[in-house]
Design a protein. Structure first.
Length: 255
């Protein structure tokens, strides 16, 4: 017997009227105590089973909760590498879509952009169809004679570069480039501004300014480019490699 059986017996003695002794009473008490113990054991077992099942379910669900928690929580991810932003070359300006409407001798239409050398000696043009420079003064023996390059006896202007053809000397009675700023013209010099170009007075009319391409600057139109340097103007076709370099003292036709 245990304390529970003694407690039950004492309670029965207190609340049971005095009667003749019942030989089965002890057995009933013992049976009642056994049922109480069985009920207690069953309750404890059920509680233990619930705890085991709950714990097992919790372990099984933990990865899911963990994954959901990770998905829901903001993460400190590493920044995605980006391509570097290409820098704009301050010495280059693209004039492919600007210029004065012009037409070549072969009827090809183009937009011409005019510029002068810093000395004012060369007036040049560049377009997506070609480029050329005309010189005011030349050192002796640099510019060929009319009879050599101009069958129709027109004046020799300077080197020109057209399409995919090689550079050659060109002739003409009218100037092909008018790099004039302000009231003296302005058409064909939309590329010019004070942050990129320079200006000098036109020798024949100081009130008119020439749009000057400074040393170290380059204009680009389609496949053609013209760069200004102290040793002359260089115009090339990047697609074919043809071009020319012209200065007062020398002309190099790159073939």
């Amino acid at each position: 017997m245990n304390d529970l059986d003694d407690l039950i017996r004492a309670s029965l003695r207190e609340h049971t009227p005095v009667t003749a002794p019942d030989d089965t009473l002890a057995d009933q008490v013992t049976a009642a105590g056994r049922r109480v113990r069985q009920t207690r054991v069953a309750g404890v077992a059920a509680l233990a089973l619930v705890m085991v099942v709950g714990l097992a379910w919790g372990w099984a669900a933990l990865p899911l909760f963990t994954q959901q928690g990770i998905a829901a929580m903001p993460t400190m991810s590493q920044p995605t590498p980006t391509e570097p932003i290409p820098s704009i070359d301050p010495s280059l300006r693209d004039v492919s879509r600007t210029g004065a409407p012009s037409q070549a001798s072969n009827s090809v239409e183009f937009l011409a952009n005019y510029f002068a050398s810093p000395t004012g000696n060369f007036h040049c043009f560049i377009s997506s169809a070609g480029a050329g420079c005309a010189g005011e003064k030349w050192d002796k023996g640099v510019k060929p004679s009319r009879s050599k390059v101009c069958p129709d006896q027109e004046p020799v202007l300077g080197p020109e570069l057209w399409g995919s053809a090689a550079a050659a000397w060109a002739c003409g009675s009218d100037p092909h480039s008018l790099p004039l700023l302000g009231g003296g013209g302005g058409e064909g010099v939309d590329w010019w501004d004070s942050t990129f170009g320079d200006s000098i007075p036109l020798p024949s009319d100081p009130s008119t300014k020439l749009a000057v391409l400074p040393y170290g600057k380059t204009l680009v139109a389609g496949d053609f480019s013209c760069s200004m340097a102290k040793d002359g103007v260089t115009c090339t076709n990047s697609l074919t490699g043809h071009g020319f370099r012209v200065s007062r003292s020398k002309v190099d036709l790159q073939r």
